[in-house]
Design a protein around this ligand. Structure first.
Ligand code: PAF
Length: 281
């Protein structure tokens, strides 16, 4: 595996691969890799001849400086995992390499970015669009892989690809969970032992809400999830929205969307966890 730190070097390897007619799979990450990332890499390996994984904690998508400062950074362990996973190129740039000048681009991300994470984390999605558009430009991927834990992020990236006219297939991959159901996340390591024990209640509640939804309205189901999760110690729901899976717009009647997704953000102590569940009618 090559560890590449500059954009020029990455472009050089990409041009070489394109010259040989290889397909390129890109897995963008912020490091602190876990089995969820590895499942994206495995899929990228199956579907492409060259796999590039970027490891970059992107400052422009953090609207909270404490979150940026405390985000886990484990470069050495990450590179060892990438090597073992059979990755061809690990792209590990510095902030200066990615942003030689301030990135002032503002993307017109539209309604998909105006709900849930949009108002809760102002500037977050624009920062995601900035970094992902740069990565797509440098790596020219045939396909790029993203985990469904960040369900809204995938919709935003699809929108960015559409408005920028980019030629890349966005592949969404199912959430990887711990044995007790907690969605894998780089932030999980910040949970105390007690919080870690309680946190799987998020997924358990979402699962039980699918059965509940059969004979309750959307608003009753929303209330059920919020009240149930909030009844556990350390847990506070920031939002729970049930949205149309393709437009991200909140629905009020199950008939409003063929597939709805319930997206939740929960503070477990001071760790912000997100998860989601599909309601298929
Ligand atoms: O989902 C993430 O880890 C990040 O938002 C991404 C897509 C790597 C962009 O920094």
């Amino acid at each position: 595996m090559k560890i590449v730190r500059t954009v020029d070097e990455l472009r050089h390897h990409v041009a070489e691969a394109q010259g040989q007619g290889l397909t390129i799979g890109l897995v963008p990450t912020m490091g602190a890799l876990h089995a969820g990332h590895l499942s994206l890499i495995e899929r990228a390996r199956k579907e492409n001849s060259l796999v590039i994984v970027s490891v970059f904690v992107n400052p422009t998508q953090f609207n909270n400086p404490v979150d940026l400062a405390t985000y886990p950074r484990t470069e050495e362990a990450d590179c060892a995992k990438l090597e073992a996973a059979g990755v061809d190129i690990a792209f590990v740039p510095t902030v200066e390499e990615m942003y030689p000048q301030e990135d002032t681009r503002v993307f017109d991300l539209g309604p998909v970015a105006e709900v849930m994470e949009g108002p809760m984390r102002p500037g977050h999605f624009n920062g995601v669009a900035q970094v992902v558009s740069k990565l797509f430009d440098f790596a020219s991927p045939t396909r790029a892989y993203f985990g469904e834990k960040d369900f809204q992020q995938i919709a935003v990236i699809r929108r960015m690809v559409e408005i920028e006219g980019m030629d890349v297939e966005i592949v969404d991959c199912p959430i990887k969970r711990e044995d007790d159901g907690l969605a894998m996340s780089s932030r999980n390591v910040r949970l105390t032992a007690e919080q870690r024990e309680i946190a799987p209640a998020i997924h358990r509640t979402l699962l039980s809400s699918v059965a509940w939804a059969h004979d309750h309205t959307v608003d009753e189901t929303r209330r059920y999830v919020i009240d149930t999760i909030n009844s556990f110690p350390h847990m506070e729901v920031e939002y729970y929205e049930i949205v149309d899976a393709s437009t991200m717009q909140p629905i009020h009647d199950w008939a409003d969307a063929p597939m709805a997704v319930g997206c939740v953000t929960v503070y477990c102590g001071d760790v912000r966890l997100i998860d989601n569940i599909k309601y298929i009618r």
